[in-house]
Design a protein around this ligand. Sequence first.
Ligand code: KG4
Ligand code: ZN
Length: 333
Amino acid sequence: MKILGIETSCDETAVAVVEDGTKIISNLVASQVDIHARYGGIVPEVASRQHLLTIIPIIGQAIAEAKIRVEELSAIAITIGPGLAGSLLVGVNVAKAVALAWNLPLLGINHLEGHIYANWLMGAEPPTFPAICLIVSGGHTDLILMEDHGKYSLLGRSRDDAAGEAFDKVARILELGYPGGPAIEQVALLRHAPVYHLPRAWLKGSDDFSFSGLKTAVLHLITEKGGVQQQSDGEIASLAGDFQEAVIDVLVTKTIAVATRCQVKQILLAGGVAANRLLGETMLSRSPILVRFPPPSLCTDNAAMIAACGYFHLQADKVNGWDLDVIPNLKLG
Ligand code: KG4
Ligand code: ZN
Protein backbone atom coordinates (compact mmCIF):
# COMPACT_ATOMS: atom_id res chain seq x y z
CA MET A 1 0.00 0.00 0.00
CA LYS A 2 1.62 3.26 -1.14
CA ILE A 3 0.99 6.60 0.56
CA LEU A 4 2.00 10.07 -0.58
CA GLY A 5 3.20 12.17 2.36
CA ILE A 6 3.38 15.98 2.34
CA GLU A 7 5.15 18.07 5.00
CA THR A 8 5.18 21.88 5.09
CA SER A 9 5.03 22.69 8.81
CA CYS A 10 8.15 24.85 8.92
CA ASP A 11 10.81 25.75 6.34
CA GLU A 12 11.06 22.50 4.40
CA THR A 13 8.75 21.59 1.52
CA ALA A 14 8.86 17.80 1.58
CA VAL A 15 7.04 15.10 -0.38
CA ALA A 16 7.56 11.32 -0.24
CA VAL A 17 6.04 8.02 -1.32
CA VAL A 18 6.25 5.24 1.27
CA GLU A 19 5.08 1.65 0.94
CA ASP A 20 3.41 -0.16 3.87
CA GLY A 21 4.62 2.43 6.35
CA THR A 22 8.16 1.09 6.20
CA LYS A 23 9.72 1.30 2.73
CA ILE A 24 10.76 4.62 1.19
CA ILE A 25 10.04 4.71 -2.56
CA SER A 26 10.90 8.39 -3.02
CA ASN A 27 11.72 11.09 -0.51
CA LEU A 28 12.34 14.72 -1.52
CA VAL A 29 13.07 17.73 0.66
CA ALA A 30 13.29 21.25 -0.75
CA SER A 31 15.06 23.18 1.98
CA GLN A 32 14.64 26.93 2.40
CA VAL A 33 17.57 27.12 4.78
CA ASP A 34 19.68 29.38 2.54
CA ILE A 35 16.81 31.87 2.22
CA HIS A 36 16.21 32.11 5.99
CA ALA A 37 19.90 31.97 6.96
CA ARG A 38 20.34 35.62 5.96
CA TYR A 39 17.74 36.60 8.58
CA GLY A 40 19.30 34.34 11.26
CA GLY A 41 16.04 32.40 11.65
CA ILE A 42 12.78 31.49 9.93
CA VAL A 43 10.59 34.31 8.60
CA PRO A 44 7.06 32.79 8.57
CA GLU A 45 5.66 34.72 5.61
CA VAL A 46 8.73 34.02 3.49
CA ALA A 47 8.36 30.32 4.40
CA SER A 48 4.72 30.04 3.31
CA ARG A 49 5.36 31.87 0.04
CA GLN A 50 8.27 29.57 -0.70
CA HIS A 51 6.08 26.49 -0.03
CA LEU A 52 3.58 27.89 -2.53
CA LEU A 53 6.26 28.07 -5.22
CA THR A 54 7.76 24.66 -4.57
CA ILE A 55 4.97 22.32 -3.59
CA ILE A 56 3.34 21.45 -6.92
CA PRO A 57 6.60 20.74 -8.79
CA ILE A 58 7.95 18.64 -5.91
CA ILE A 59 4.78 16.48 -5.77
CA GLY A 60 5.23 15.73 -9.48
CA GLN A 61 8.91 14.99 -8.93
CA ALA A 62 8.25 12.64 -5.98
CA ILE A 63 5.78 10.63 -8.07
CA ALA A 64 8.12 10.58 -11.06
CA GLU A 65 11.06 9.40 -8.93
CA ALA A 66 8.88 6.71 -7.34
CA LYS A 67 8.10 5.51 -10.89
CA ILE A 68 4.46 4.92 -10.00
CA ARG A 69 1.12 5.93 -11.50
CA VAL A 70 -1.14 7.99 -9.21
CA GLU A 71 -3.67 5.14 -9.40
CA GLU A 72 -1.25 3.09 -7.30
CA LEU A 73 -1.53 5.50 -4.36
CA SER A 74 -3.85 4.55 -1.47
CA ALA A 75 -3.98 7.86 0.45
CA ILE A 76 -2.52 11.34 0.98
CA ALA A 77 -0.97 12.04 4.40
CA ILE A 78 -0.50 15.68 5.36
CA THR A 79 0.96 17.44 8.43
CA ILE A 80 -1.72 19.52 10.20
CA GLY A 81 0.42 20.80 13.12
CA PRO A 82 2.24 21.79 15.20
CA GLY A 83 3.98 24.37 13.06
CA LEU A 84 3.68 27.73 11.37
CA ALA A 85 0.03 28.41 10.46
CA GLY A 86 0.74 29.88 7.02
CA SER A 87 3.09 27.06 6.08
CA LEU A 88 0.68 24.37 7.27
CA LEU A 89 -2.20 25.98 5.34
CA VAL A 90 -0.33 25.68 2.04
CA GLY A 91 0.30 21.96 2.58
CA VAL A 92 -3.18 21.11 3.84
CA ASN A 93 -4.94 22.91 0.99
CA VAL A 94 -2.76 21.34 -1.66
CA ALA A 95 -3.23 17.91 -0.04
CA LYS A 96 -7.01 18.41 -0.12
CA ALA A 97 -6.93 19.41 -3.78
CA VAL A 98 -4.77 16.43 -4.72
CA ALA A 99 -6.89 13.99 -2.68
CA LEU A 100 -10.05 15.35 -4.32
CA ALA A 101 -8.60 15.22 -7.83
CA TRP A 102 -7.21 11.70 -7.41
CA ASN A 103 -10.14 10.43 -5.32
CA LEU A 104 -7.97 9.40 -2.38
CA PRO A 105 -8.57 9.41 1.39
CA LEU A 106 -6.98 12.27 3.35
CA LEU A 107 -4.97 11.57 6.52
CA GLY A 108 -4.18 14.49 8.85
CA ILE A 109 -0.93 13.86 10.72
CA ASN A 110 0.56 15.35 13.88
CA HIS A 111 4.12 16.40 12.96
CA LEU A 112 5.49 15.06 16.26
CA GLU A 113 3.82 11.69 15.77
CA GLY A 114 5.34 11.73 12.28
CA HIS A 115 8.84 12.24 13.74
CA ILE A 116 8.40 9.08 15.85
CA TYR A 117 7.50 7.05 12.74
CA ALA A 118 10.88 7.78 11.16
CA ASN A 119 11.91 4.85 13.38
CA TRP A 120 9.75 2.55 11.22
CA LEU A 121 11.68 3.50 8.07
CA MET A 122 15.00 1.92 8.95
CA GLY A 123 14.60 -1.40 7.16
CA ALA A 124 15.35 -3.48 10.26
CA GLU A 125 12.85 -4.98 12.70
CA PRO A 126 10.10 -2.47 13.53
CA PRO A 127 10.12 -0.93 17.02
CA THR A 128 8.30 -2.83 19.77
CA PHE A 129 5.96 -1.51 22.47
CA PRO A 130 5.89 -0.14 25.06
CA ALA A 131 8.52 2.43 24.12
CA ILE A 132 9.67 5.79 25.44
CA CYS A 133 9.99 8.36 22.68
CA LEU A 134 12.25 11.36 23.15
CA ILE A 135 11.16 13.96 20.61
CA VAL A 136 13.77 16.71 20.34
CA SER A 137 13.10 19.30 17.67
CA GLY A 138 13.23 23.05 17.16
CA GLY A 139 9.92 23.53 18.97
CA HIS A 140 9.61 20.52 21.28
CA THR A 141 11.38 18.43 23.88
CA ASP A 142 8.81 15.78 24.77
CA LEU A 143 9.12 12.49 26.63
CA ILE A 144 6.27 10.27 25.50
CA LEU A 145 5.19 6.81 26.53
CA MET A 146 3.98 4.97 23.43
CA GLU A 147 2.06 1.83 24.36
CA ASP A 148 0.80 1.03 20.87
CA HIS A 149 0.20 2.71 17.51
CA GLY A 150 -1.75 5.88 18.29
CA LYS A 151 -1.55 5.41 22.08
CA TYR A 152 0.55 8.17 23.63
CA SER A 153 0.99 9.70 27.11
CA LEU A 154 3.03 12.86 27.54
CA LEU A 155 5.29 12.34 30.59
CA GLY A 156 7.64 15.31 30.33
CA ARG A 157 8.28 18.39 28.20
CA SER A 158 10.44 21.49 28.17
CA ARG A 159 9.16 24.25 30.40
CA ASP A 160 10.96 26.90 28.36
CA ASP A 161 13.28 26.52 25.35
CA ALA A 162 13.12 23.31 23.34
CA ALA A 163 16.43 21.47 22.95
CA GLY A 164 16.77 22.50 19.28
CA GLU A 165 15.79 26.06 20.13
CA ALA A 166 18.58 26.15 22.75
CA PHE A 167 21.07 24.93 20.10
CA ASP A 168 19.84 27.62 17.69
CA LYS A 169 19.99 30.41 20.30
CA VAL A 170 23.43 29.46 21.60
CA ALA A 171 24.72 29.24 18.02
CA ARG A 172 23.42 32.75 17.51
CA ILE A 173 25.18 33.93 20.71
CA LEU A 174 28.42 32.32 19.49
CA GLU A 175 27.81 33.73 15.98
CA LEU A 176 27.95 30.29 14.39
CA GLY A 177 25.01 30.77 12.02
CA TYR A 178 21.67 29.08 11.40
CA PRO A 179 20.53 26.34 11.88
CA GLY A 180 22.42 26.13 15.12
CA GLY A 181 22.40 22.40 15.88
CA PRO A 182 24.65 21.22 13.05
CA ALA A 183 26.86 24.34 13.45
CA ILE A 184 27.45 23.66 17.16
CA GLU A 185 28.03 19.95 16.55
CA GLN A 186 30.65 20.78 13.91
CA VAL A 187 32.52 23.40 15.96
CA ALA A 188 32.41 21.21 19.09
CA LEU A 189 34.46 18.57 17.27
CA LEU A 190 37.46 20.91 17.68
CA ARG A 191 37.18 20.83 21.49
CA HIS A 192 39.71 18.64 23.29
CA ALA A 193 38.38 18.40 26.85
CA PRO A 194 35.60 20.00 28.93
CA VAL A 195 36.50 23.43 30.32
CA TYR A 196 33.32 24.88 31.80
CA HIS A 197 30.91 22.81 33.82
CA LEU A 198 27.75 24.51 32.60
CA PRO A 199 24.56 24.22 34.69
CA ARG A 200 22.17 21.31 34.22
CA ALA A 201 18.54 21.83 35.24
CA TRP A 202 17.56 18.43 36.65
CA LEU A 203 14.10 19.54 37.91
CA LYS A 204 14.20 16.70 40.46
CA GLY A 205 10.91 14.83 40.92
CA SER A 206 9.70 15.91 37.46
CA ASP A 207 10.20 14.47 33.97
CA ASP A 208 10.21 18.00 32.50
CA PHE A 209 13.20 19.79 31.02
CA SER A 210 14.52 23.35 31.11
CA PHE A 211 17.26 24.74 28.88
CA SER A 212 16.92 28.51 29.18
CA GLY A 213 19.26 28.73 32.21
CA LEU A 214 21.97 26.91 30.29
CA LYS A 215 21.58 29.27 27.33
CA THR A 216 21.82 32.28 29.69
CA ALA A 217 24.95 30.81 31.33
CA VAL A 218 26.66 30.71 27.91
CA LEU A 219 25.58 34.30 27.25
CA HIS A 220 26.98 35.47 30.62
CA LEU A 221 30.27 33.67 30.09
CA ILE A 222 30.83 35.17 26.66
CA THR A 223 29.88 38.65 27.91
CA GLU A 224 32.27 38.35 30.89
CA LYS A 225 35.02 37.36 28.49
CA GLY A 226 34.51 40.48 26.38
CA GLY A 227 32.26 39.20 23.58
CA VAL A 228 32.54 36.68 20.74
CA GLN A 229 34.98 38.73 18.66
CA GLN A 230 37.59 38.51 21.43
CA GLN A 231 37.58 34.70 21.56
CA SER A 232 39.91 32.25 19.86
CA ASP A 233 38.45 29.39 17.78
CA GLY A 234 39.48 27.04 20.59
CA GLU A 235 37.51 29.06 23.13
CA ILE A 236 34.38 29.03 20.95
CA ALA A 237 34.82 25.29 20.47
CA SER A 238 35.02 24.83 24.26
CA LEU A 239 31.84 26.78 24.85
CA ALA A 240 29.98 25.00 22.04
CA GLY A 241 31.20 21.59 23.19
CA ASP A 242 30.47 22.18 26.87
CA PHE A 243 26.98 23.48 25.99
CA GLN A 244 26.28 20.46 23.76
CA GLU A 245 27.49 18.09 26.47
CA ALA A 246 25.25 19.70 29.10
CA VAL A 247 22.13 19.41 26.90
CA ILE A 248 22.93 15.79 26.05
CA ASP A 249 23.71 14.88 29.67
CA VAL A 250 20.25 16.05 30.78
CA LEU A 251 18.40 14.50 27.81
CA VAL A 252 20.10 11.12 28.23
CA THR A 253 19.91 10.92 32.03
CA LYS A 254 16.22 11.86 32.22
CA THR A 255 15.17 9.67 29.27
CA ILE A 256 16.88 6.59 30.71
CA ALA A 257 15.35 7.26 34.14
CA VAL A 258 11.83 7.45 32.67
CA ALA A 259 12.35 4.41 30.42
CA THR A 260 13.62 2.35 33.37
CA ARG A 261 10.74 3.42 35.59
CA CYS A 262 8.15 2.62 32.90
CA GLN A 263 9.86 -0.72 32.14
CA VAL A 264 9.69 -0.15 28.40
CA LYS A 265 11.26 -2.39 25.77
CA GLN A 266 12.86 0.38 23.71
CA ILE A 267 13.86 4.03 23.63
CA LEU A 268 13.09 5.80 20.32
CA LEU A 269 14.77 9.11 19.49
CA ALA A 270 13.12 11.48 17.03
CA GLY A 271 13.29 15.05 15.74
CA GLY A 272 16.07 17.24 14.36
CA VAL A 273 18.28 17.14 17.47
CA ALA A 274 18.30 13.32 17.24
CA ALA A 275 20.55 13.87 14.18
CA ASN A 276 23.27 14.84 16.69
CA ARG A 277 25.86 12.04 16.73
CA LEU A 278 26.95 12.61 20.31
CA LEU A 279 23.35 12.37 21.53
CA GLY A 280 22.87 9.00 19.85
CA GLU A 281 26.25 7.66 20.96
CA THR A 282 25.80 8.81 24.56
CA MET A 283 22.30 7.34 24.75
CA LEU A 284 23.55 4.03 23.30
CA SER A 285 26.48 3.81 25.68
CA ARG A 286 24.57 4.73 28.84
CA SER A 287 21.22 2.98 28.33
CA PRO A 288 20.56 -0.56 29.59
CA ILE A 289 17.47 -0.50 27.34
CA LEU A 290 17.60 -0.88 23.54
CA VAL A 291 17.96 2.51 21.84
CA ARG A 292 16.94 3.29 18.24
CA PHE A 293 17.26 6.43 16.22
CA PRO A 294 16.85 7.18 12.51
CA PRO A 295 19.70 8.32 10.23
CA PRO A 296 20.16 12.13 10.30
CA SER A 297 18.19 12.74 7.07
CA LEU A 298 15.12 11.10 8.63
CA CYS A 299 15.54 12.90 11.99
CA THR A 300 15.16 16.37 10.48
CA ASP A 301 11.88 17.33 8.81
CA ASN A 302 10.86 15.07 5.93
CA ALA A 303 7.68 13.69 4.39
CA ALA A 304 8.60 9.99 4.51
CA MET A 305 7.88 10.01 8.24
CA ILE A 306 4.48 11.63 7.57
CA ALA A 307 3.60 8.98 4.96
CA ALA A 308 4.78 6.19 7.32
CA CYS A 309 2.60 7.54 10.11
CA GLY A 310 -0.28 7.91 7.63
CA TYR A 311 -0.10 4.19 6.82
CA PHE A 312 -0.82 3.33 10.47
CA HIS A 313 -3.65 5.90 10.58
CA LEU A 314 -5.19 4.25 7.52
CA GLN A 315 -4.85 0.80 9.12
CA ALA A 316 -6.78 2.19 12.11
CA ASP A 317 -9.41 3.81 9.82
CA LYS A 318 -8.40 7.28 11.01
CA VAL A 319 -9.41 9.05 7.79
CA ASN A 320 -10.23 12.77 7.77
CA GLY A 321 -12.95 14.66 5.92
CA TRP A 322 -12.79 17.82 3.80
CA ASP A 323 -13.23 19.90 6.96
CA LEU A 324 -9.64 19.01 7.95
CA ASP A 325 -8.04 22.14 9.41
CA VAL A 326 -4.55 23.07 10.53
CA ILE A 327 -3.81 23.06 14.29
CA PRO A 328 -0.63 25.14 14.75
CA ASN A 329 -0.33 24.28 18.48
CA LEU A 330 -1.28 20.60 18.24
CA LYS A 331 0.03 18.40 21.09
CA LEU A 332 0.76 14.71 21.31
CA GLY A 333 -0.44 12.61 24.27
O1 KG4 B 1 12.65 18.34 13.63
P1 KG4 B 1 13.29 19.53 13.01
O2 KG4 B 1 13.98 19.34 11.68
O3 KG4 B 1 12.24 20.69 12.82
C1 KG4 B 1 11.27 20.94 13.82
O4 KG4 B 1 10.27 20.19 13.85
O5 KG4 B 1 11.54 21.85 14.62
O6 KG4 B 1 14.31 20.10 14.08
C2 KG4 B 1 15.04 21.26 13.84
C3 KG4 B 1 15.97 21.48 15.02
C4 KG4 B 1 16.73 22.80 14.91
O7 KG4 B 1 16.62 23.47 16.15
C5 KG4 B 1 18.15 22.34 14.63
O8 KG4 B 1 19.14 23.25 15.13
C6 KG4 B 1 18.20 21.01 15.34
O9 KG4 B 1 16.95 20.43 15.10
N1 KG4 B 1 19.25 20.14 14.81
C7 KG4 B 1 20.29 19.69 15.54
C8 KG4 B 1 21.10 18.95 14.64
N2 KG4 B 1 20.51 18.95 13.41
C9 KG4 B 1 19.37 19.69 13.53
N3 KG4 B 1 20.61 19.87 16.83
C10 KG4 B 1 21.76 19.31 17.27
N4 KG4 B 1 22.60 18.60 16.48
C11 KG4 B 1 22.31 18.40 15.17
N5 KG4 B 1 23.15 17.70 14.40
ZN1 ZN C 1 10.16 18.55 12.93
